[in-house]
Design a protein around this ligand. Structure first.
Ligand SMILES: [Zn+2]
Ligand SMILES: [Zn+2]
Ligand SMILES: [Zn+2]
Length: 165
């Protein structure tokens, strides 16, 4: 079994993003159904907005759109929808940016490494057991127990690197 799992790849730039959104929404429907949860219209719309691109989106940006569409939509309902999507593993929160990104493989167990491109903002996800085990071992050496092993790594994706040399 491969120890490195790529959960979400960087896109190669131009692609039919509508297909990404359609897939993400239907996978979400299936996941919720399996979990006995309801993907309400608001939750679905929030997920769709998170999937607006492959880059993280901030809660207030989602709120702005929803408010526009549904006058009187209260911020807590949007935050609750984001919490729900996060609990279901449909979106990830990027703590260092305080923003959300759609999960490329909902239902995955390990939350591994999030690779964030500084140039285009895109996020890829991988889950490398070796990295996690190494970190756990090194941490134990200093008496530290890891409870939240997700790592957010900033850099440049291949596409941006080729553009800027
Ligand atoms: Zn896409
Ligand atoms: Zn994920
Ligand atoms: Zn990039």
């Amino acid at each position: 079994m491969a120890r490195l799992k790529i959960l979400r790849e960087f896109t190669q730039g131009r692609h039919k993003h509508a297909d990404c959104v359609t897939t993400a929404l239907s996978v979400a429907e299936a996941c919720c159904q399996q979990e006995g949860q309801r993907l309400t219209p608001l939750r679905k719309r929030v997920l769709q907005l998170v999937w607006n691109s492959h880059a993280p989106v901030k809660a207030y940006q989602i709120l702005d759109v929803i408010r526009h569409e549904k006058s009187g939509a209260a911020p807590p309902t949007v935050y609750r929808a984001l919490d729900f999507l996060q609990e279901q593993g449909l979106v990830h929160k990027i703590e260092s940016l305080n923003a959300y990104v759609g999960c490329g493989a909902p239902g995955h167990v390990g939350s591994g490494q999030l690779l964030i491109c500084r140039d285009c903002g895109e996020v890829a996800e991988m889950d490398d057991q070796e990295v996690l085990e190494l970190l756990a071992a090194k941490s134990r050496d200093v008496g530290f127990e890891i409870t939240s092993p997700t790592i957010e790594i900033k850099g440049r994706c291949a596409r941006c690197r080729s553009k800027h040399g």
